[in-house]
Design a protein around this ligand. Structure first.
Ligand SMILES: [Fe+2]
Ligand SMILES: [Fe+2]
Length: 216
């Protein structure tokens, strides 16, 4: 597999994000691949937990419940796959870092009510987490496949590149899933306006986070 097989022209293609990740993020992220993978593993298990908690919060949303149930299984599979990479490198899971990105996104939606209700806001916040993860997985896939993560052996870089290529596609599906669930909660124009507002807030949040071997 090589960089020519990457199916997007720009890492922001088809995503609701306004600001691209700074180019300095990739070298910072891969400066400690073990730490990056541990952070990623926690992102996957948190995504599964979030999907499960949305079922508990909105049990009357039959479409949402079915979609979240499928998502729980998928995110847990990703979690297991990342854990396998960690263990093969001789590492193990350590306690998670506080997730500032997700907290700031949720805080913003609590402080700035947009008239769409808490269910739409919960789905939209998840939509942005998935979209930003998609962009970052695309950056990782491209960098690994191009051999830009200097500390890795070329076969491991190739394998991780292929893995992130697949996961980027999953995150692209997940962002559209959460967007569609949000749109189903109310008037399209109102939810779309809220999506634009949240895109601007997300952009400001991501700009102030430090560069580190972390997904967000
Ligand atoms: Fe995932
Ligand atoms: Fe996801």
């Amino acid at each position: 597999m090589n960089a020519l097989e990457i199916p997007w022209a720009n890492a922001l293609d088809d995503l609701p994000l306004i600001t691209p990740t700074r180019p300095e993020w990739f070298p910072a992220a891969v400066s400690d691949v073990d730490a990056l993978l541990v952070d990623h593993a926690h992102c996957e298990q948190k995504a599964a937990s979030m999907a499960l908690s949305l079922i508990g919060r909105y049990p009357d949303d039959a479409e949402g419940v079915r979609a979240m149930l499928a998502l729980v299984y998928e995110e847990l599979r990703h979690f297991r796959e990342v854990l396998t990479f960690i263990e093969r490198r001789g590492g193990r899971l350590t306690p998670p870092n506080p997730d500032r990105y997700v907290r700031l996104l949720r805080d913003w939606s609590f402080r700035h009510k947009g008239g769409v209700g808490t269910r739409a806001d919960a789905y939209l916040a998840c939509a942005f987490v998935e979209a930003r993860s998609c962009e970052r997985f695309r950056i990782l896939a491209a960098g690994f496949l191009a051999g830009e993560a200097g500390s890795l052996a070329s076969d491991e870089a190739g394998e991780l590149g292929g893995f992130y290529l697949q996961l980027a596609d999953a995150e692209r599906r997940h962002w559209t899933l959460f967007r569609d669930l949000a749109l189903a909660t109310g008037e399209t124009a109102v939810v779309e306006r809220r999506l634009q507002e949240m895109a601007e807030a997300e952009s400001a949040i991501v700009a102030e986070l430090p560069l580190a071997p972390r997904m967000h």
